[in-house]
Design a protein around this ligand. Structure first.
Ligand code: PGA
Length: 253
């Protein structure tokens, strides 16, 4: 596991964007696993800048992690709308090569199956992840078991509370989502987990150290052979304190 700690999220985003540019440039049919939320926004801004400077996404396929159940793509808080607003409308990715699960269909089980087929046919080259304050990745919430394939999940209270900032009230946040499971994440050739701000510091620390546990889904990344945590100082705070403490203990006996 690589850990990169930057002075601020903009610098961290430049690093992550450069990793993605390399994959896009050196892969014949690159597949990018993409995330939503506040965290990847500076990364997408940077990719847009790279595009304006000449990087093409015309041969890229994208696979998003999740979508709220009940929100059509036209809903401003849907992840379809998010991706349009922050990335897709600014770059030359082909619409037919972008994939996001539909949360507004009657047959959600059928949609999960359809999405698993899409994933099967497009193994991910680089997977971008955020992390929830409770350690979720995608919408794989802490639970006694973690699911492998795409599934419908009831969102944790912490997730609804955290995401209510995008809605007029907590009541408006959908309480279910459709999310990929852990398989495509663990099978991605490379994983970039981005975390910014002190609110994530505890979850980051727990993901990086200790054992893999279903109560902190991001901890499973410890078994991935090529994962980089891309952090700012805030998200790295607890980890750095712990390192300092360990170092002091080591030095003093
Ligand atoms: P955030 O969400 O980027 O909006 O903090 C991250 C996540 O929940 O995975």
């Amino acid at each position: 596991m690589n850990i990169r700690i930057f002075s601020d999220e903009r610098t961290a985003a430049v690093y992550a964007a450069a990793v993605i540019e390399y994959v896009v440039q050196t892969t014949e049919h690159p597949v990018l696993g993409l995330a939503t939320g506040s965290t990847p926004v500076p990364l997408y801004d940077q990719l847009v800048e790279f595009h304006q400077a000449g990087l093409s996404f015309a041969h890229v396929t994208t696979i998003n992690l999740d979508e709220y159940v009940g929100l059509p793509p036209s809903h401003p808080q849907s992840y379809h709308a998010f991706m349009e607003e922050h990335l897709f409308r600014y770059i030359d990715v082909r619409k037919e090569n972008t994939n996001i699960p539909r949360g507004d269909v009657q047959d959600l089980a059928g949609e999960c199956k359809r999405y698993d087929e899409v994933i099967k046919n497009h193994p991910i080259d680089v997977q971008v992840l955020g992390i929830g304050v409770n350690g979720h990745i995608g919408f794989n919430e802490p639970d006694s078991v973690l699911k492998v394939g795409t599934h419908v999940v009831t969102l944790a209270e912490e997730t609804i509370a955290a995401n209510s900032r995008f809605f007029a009230s907590t009541q408006e946040v959908p309480n279910r989502a459709i999310t990929v499971g852990l398989q495509p994440i663990l099978r991605a050739k490379k994983v970039l987990l981005l975390a910014f701000g002190e609110a994530k510091a505890q979850a980051v620390m727990q993901a990086i150290s200790g054992d893999v546990r279903t109560s902190l889904p991001a901890s499973i990344l410890q078994v991935h052979p090529n994962v980089t945590f891309v952090l700012d100082q805030g998200a790295a705070r607890v980890f750095l304190e712990e390192e300092k403490r360990k170092h002091a203990t080591y030095n003093h006996g």
